[in-house]
Structure formats: C-alpha cells, structure tokens
Design a protein. Structure first.
Length: 245
C-alpha cells in the first residue's frame, strides 16, 4: 500500500528541503517522490539532508506540471491553509491518512505540497479532490516543508498500521471506482467548452464559473460510471447545438 502513495513537491526552492522531505518519507515507509518543476535539481545538499534516504532521493521523478504528476491518481490531496477565497472540501490530517489508505488499493494516490514561501496556487489547489490543513498553533502556524511532510506521512503510516491491525474498517466500498485525475481534467475541459458553445460562459470573461463547478464536482466525487453519464450529457448538448447550426 505505502509504495503506491506518492509525495509531490511543487516548485521547491531549496534543495535541502527535498532531501529532508525524502528522509521524512522514508521514516514512515513511503518511497515514491515526485518533484514538479523544482527551482534547482537535487544536489549534494539534498543528499546530505536525506541522510539514510538516499534511495528515495535517487529514485525521485521530476516532471514539469502538477497535472503530469497526478494524471494516473484516483485521489489527490493538496496541503493548504483554510483562508482561501473559494473554500474546498477539507480533511483533517488523521482523516487524510485514513482516506488515502482506504483508497490506495484501487489506484495511486497523491499528497501534494506547495512552495516554501506561498504554497500551492489556486489553479493547483483546484486539481486536488480535497485539501488538508495541519492545525498548528494559530499564533505561529509556519511549518517548514519537511515538518509538514513528516506530519502527514505519519498520519498515513498510522492509518496503514491501524488497517493492518483491523482497528477500523476500510471506508472505501468494494467495487466503487473513481475516475483518475486525467479523466476528471478531460471532463472539466469538455464541460468548459460546452458551456462556451451555449454562451453560458463568455470565453473572454469566464469569471469564477469553472472554479465553482470544479468545487461542486469535487465535493460530489462522481464515480467513473457517473462521470461517463456526465460526458454523455455534454456530448448530447454539443450534438443538439451542431444540428441547430
């Protein structure tokens, strides 16, 4: 299970933080590290701070975008503070660990961490099914990247150990199939293009419509057959529009 959980670091500035994150992962039994457009590639400082986790660091994969990093994932959770303009379905750290372990037998799952100075962008956060916030001291809530990785990886490991001990039932019903991230992105693109064709969205002034629709569908979490129905509805609308032209 733990081998199918990926830790994704987006646009990391300090190479030492990459090494420290690798060490935090290995202490909790995680090994799959994805680097999205790091400012600098891992170097000697990364290796020094990785300590005994050099294998995690050496096997880290580097990609250009978050979409590429999570395309084949069925569950994506992004780390975020709560104070966002558009609220998103939130998880507590413990619930985050349990949800990831409950679904990881079905497909890869990802835990996404943003930049050291300002976290994930709104666009990146909208690519996540859920957000997770570490309830730190409100008077001093600044966690460094490795500490945040350590905290959430610990919750993942505890959920894994609890499940293996039979201390709580798996909350992912047998047979439930959720679409992968790339399938959802395909749906959102299809939805946006259809709404532009019906003039519900004005291409030059789209506003917040798609962001709010993303939130709606992420909150509903459609299963794969349900997403196929939605895609069919959009195709039907497009066919009707074409026949009227």
């Amino acid at each position: 299970m733990l081998e199918n959980i990926r830790i994704v670091l987006v646009n990391t500035s300090h190479t030492g933080n990459i090494g420290s994150a690798a060490r935090a992962m290995k202490t909790m039994g995680l090994s799959q590290l994805i680097l999205v457009d790091p400012v600098s590639a891992p170097d000697g400082k990364s290796s020094a701070l990785a300590a005994g986790a050099g294998d995690v660091l050496a096997n880290a994969k580097t990609v250009d975008t978050l979409a590429e990093a999570v395309a084949d994932c069925g569950l994506v959770v992004g780390t975020s503070a709560r104070s966002r303009t558009l609220s998103w379905p939130m998880l507590e750290p413990r619930g985050c660990g349990e949800k990831m372990i409950s679904e990881v037998s079905k497909y890869p799952v990802a835990l996404v961490f943003g930049r050291e100075n300002n976290g994930l962008s709104n666009d990146e956060l909208q690519q996540c099914h859920f957000h997770v916030c570490i309830p730190a001291n409100p008077d001093y809530s600044s966690l460094n990247l490795a500490a945040a990785v350590q905290t959430l990886c610990y919750e993942v490991r505890m959920a894994y150990l609890n499940l293996s001990r039979g201390q709580y039932p798996e909350n992912h019903p047998e047979g439930t199939e959720y679409p992968l991230a790339e399938d959802l992105e395909g749906f959102y693109s299809h939805l946006e293009q259809t709404l532009i064709k019906t003039n519900f969205i004005i291409a030059k002034h789209p506003g917040m419509v798609m962001a709010k629709l993303r939130r709606l569908y992420n909150r509903a979490r459609p299963e794969t057959p349900e997403l196929n129905i939605l895609r069919g509805i959009l195709a039907s609308v497009e066919k009707t529009i074409k026949n009227k032209d």
